[in-house]
Write a new protein. Sequence first.
Length: 716
Amino acid sequence: MDATDERNPNRDESERDPAFAEEQHRLQTTLRQVRAMLGRLEGIPRQFTDDPSEPQTADEVAQQAVELLREEQMDALRRAASEPYFGRIDIQDMDSVDVVPYYIGKRGIEDSATGDRLVLDWRAPLASVFYSFSGQGLARYEAPDGVLEVDVHRKRNLAIRGGQLQRVVDSYVKGRENLNVTDEFLLYRLTENKDNRLRDIVSTIQAEQDRIIRADRNLAIVIQGVAGSGKTTVALHRIAYLLYQHKDRMRTDRMVIFAPNAMFVDYISEVLPELGVGGIRQTTFAKWALERLGFRVVLDDAADRMETWFSVHRQSRADALFAQVRGQGALAFAEDMERQLADLERGLVPEGPFEPWDGAVLDEETIRRWFFEEYRHYPLAKRRERVLARVKRWMETAYRDVKAEDRGGAKKKSSGARYRAYAKRWPELDAYAVYRQLVSGPAKPKSRGGRPVVQPEDLAPLVYLHTRLFGVDGTETFDHVVIDEAQDFSPLQLAVLRMYCPSDSFTILGDLSQSIHAYQGISRWEEFLEQFPDGVGQFFRLDVSYRSTMEIIEFANEVIRPFEQFTQAVPVFRSGEPVAVVSCAAADRTTRMVEMVRDLVDGADTVAVLTRTQAEAGPVHAALVAAGMPAHQITAGQERYEGGISVLPVYLAKGLEFDAVVLVDVDAAHYDRSPLSAKLLYVGCTRALHRLAVLTNDNPSPLLAEAGARERTEVV
């Protein structure tokens, strides 16, 4: 192989395909320019100290900002050296005869030496044509000067990995209609294996996803998206888009993503950095709420309660246990809290005047006027604080008038003692104390380290009360809020977050068919949409599933088909192996499960073994380890997903995806014909991208009656 061959490992393909050769040449030219730009930036010496103990002048602070910008530029160029762009669109403006090719990438790149634009940022207005153009007529896009029309001559998809061109697909060429290859590139990307992180979809964003991403920043977007519809990645891309379009109005440190658990936060953590966005907080509602409450309460371990809810054998106990949870998450409970606060407000000012010493009187009427009129716009705790401060100022002013005659300091001493006694007559304002008067519970609640122990459903009411008592500091507000797996959020949780996002700029996403935490979530999206003013809330549907093969989606749809309230997914035309429904005797169950995992590991980077409960996951994990398989067990509260072979209860798998999945114990004892069992089984099935295996016994789940009959069934 000569030097030319080493530089171009795809030389044979280039010679056969002129388009490939053209793009190969363009790629090499772009990479040379990127490397040159990177070299120039890396050659600039650092101009400021990293020692935080060293005082910095104004010039040094400015230089540090310049240095941080240079670091961001170098990071963008290093990433571009691997994949500078993913698409090309050839456009002719209406007032021009020239057809201009634009290359579209995750970040815009402009040659600092020549000023030439090498790559157009995918978030730029013109780049929207790449996603929205349907192949018919003129394309329209929203530019700063208004809506413009352009004539599209070519739309080309490009796959570049590690600086190497791997695939070129023309999805549209003017004059050659109905190429029918748009889905070819999408399917090519969908067949790739997954690792332990969610990845961006910027090269394959579909038109219906793009409309959501580019929606107005002042809207509260609610997305009903079936499993695998890309709703999470759409929400993350929407954040990147909003920051690009509104960089002067929205800041990364004023945005937040609420994920269902800590492990999911880790799972999605790489998407935004890949899109050139850093500094976005990704957290859970529980963690955020505890911070708002100043960690004055401790969250109880909810693992046992979750096991109770998800165990088919303990549903009667679960129904009773969670009867009040849904009530505490309803907006009606906020009305109860408001009545409680109104009662507290009416009785807050102590009866009688304040007398710091005999003969000095501040009458009750004046104090009440301060509290109920002059400071009425402040939250209760701030009003209490301000009125007491004003009482103290009045006392100090009054003392100046008598200071000369108070030679022994008796009045001074009396004023201090009487003020402290008067302040104690004002009730202390504490969210937990107010909350305890509203909810039934043990006379002596649990405590840990001197702090009350609360349940997850207590957090939203507690933050609501805390906020009404103390208000919202300007540094605590958000420019935009993303709520993932929102079907498991209560209406009150959203109401609380609206108190911290005055712009009502939200992206709320979920799937009612996956509402496995029904005791705390919602049953219809109107419970969220109705909270927003008219014209602010906007509803979108994503019914196409891009994650799983047709066989897997059709199998999962059969599981929930008997339940009319669930939305069935529409699969893309990506065929794979039939779902394997395997029945075996109880004595052979572990051996057969291990064999199924061995079979699926071949050709898969990530495999999940899903049980009904956490208690059942332990023995399954032990069996795999005993068989010499490097499996790891995922438990509630875990913060990292490692990939490879994972064993976990199905309810913890929601939001994740794996190359292959084994569902164990899908029998009548574990999955009855209840809506909860159907949703859990649906969630488990739709975690699989390429292969799905279901292990049952001679008494299979009734949910498999139709679904299993249509697939490959094996009896052992």
